[in-house]
Design a protein around this ligand. Structure first.
Ligand SMILES: [Mg+2]
Length: 229
């Protein structure tokens, strides 16, 4: 029986990709780079590749935050200051907190019936700001942020730390809901949880990671949970 839901935040409950695009455009404009579609895309690709390396344990978080702007400036041949650009970007990003469609309605419907736990690889200062500004924080009994824990999804260390703080929750009564196969689904499967892949764009799972349930819209979670029991 599922008693507890582990929720990914970015691109599961909050529309991170949209917020990221807005914040990066504001930031580039401010430092004198024209934020064309191509430049924003270039930034996104660099950033995504660095986060994937973090999930694989190849680099540290600090390396990503400044490194992505160093790499972007180098790709564009632009002489910019990466640390101050990163600071400005964080200020802009912290103000972005649009919901994924259906997020509030689904959380409202489930609150009270399940223990609600947030599990995010986001950066502590940004995630805390966005969770508070969006009002999402009020839905959660506990919020686990990887930077505060000192380990990232999908690592066992991340999930072990969560369960150490939730002594009355058994792993086989938890369903983790998230958009990422490599962090949420892999981490959940390895940690012995049930997994639900939020896959709004109909991607194919080519990772070999076990997925127990799949939904294309958050509202599908309500009938699914009834069915699982
Ligand atoms: Mg996510």
């Amino acid at each position: 029986m599922i008693t507890t839901l582990f929720w990914d935040i970015d691109d599961t409950l909050l529309d991170f990709k949209r917020g990221e695009r807005i914040a990066i455009r504001q930031t580039l404009s401010h430092i004198g780079i024209e934020p064309t579609e191509e430049t924003v895309q270039r930034y996104s690709e660099i950033n995504e590749s660095l986060w994937k390396r973090l999930e694989r344990g190849e680099i540290t978080r600090d390396k990503i935050l400044v490194g992505r702007f160093e790499m972007l400036f180098s790709a564009l041949g632009f002489a910019g200051d990466a640390p101050s650009t990163q600071d400005l970007y964080f200020t802009n990003l912290g103000e972005q907190h649009d919901f994924v469609e259906g997020a509030e309605a689904v959380l409202d419907a489930l609150r009270g019936s399940y223990r609600m736990i947030a599990v995010s690889n986001g950066t502590t200062v940004i995630q805390s700001k966005r969770l508070a500004a969006s009002g999402l924080d009020r839905y959660f009994d506990r919020i686990f942020l990887s930077e505060s824990i000192g380990a990232e999804k999908p690592s066992a260390a991340f999930f072990d730390a969560c369960f150490a703080a939730l002594p009355d929750v058994r792993r086989d009564e938890v369903l983790i809901i998230g958009d990422s196969l490599t962090s949420d689904m892999r981490g959940g499967a390895d940690a012995g949880l049930y997994t639900c892949w939020f896959n709004p764009h109909g991607k194919t799972n080519q990772t070999g990671v076990r997925v127990d349930y799949e939904i294309a819209a958050l509202t599908e979670l309500l009938p699914l949970l009834k069915q699982i029991g």
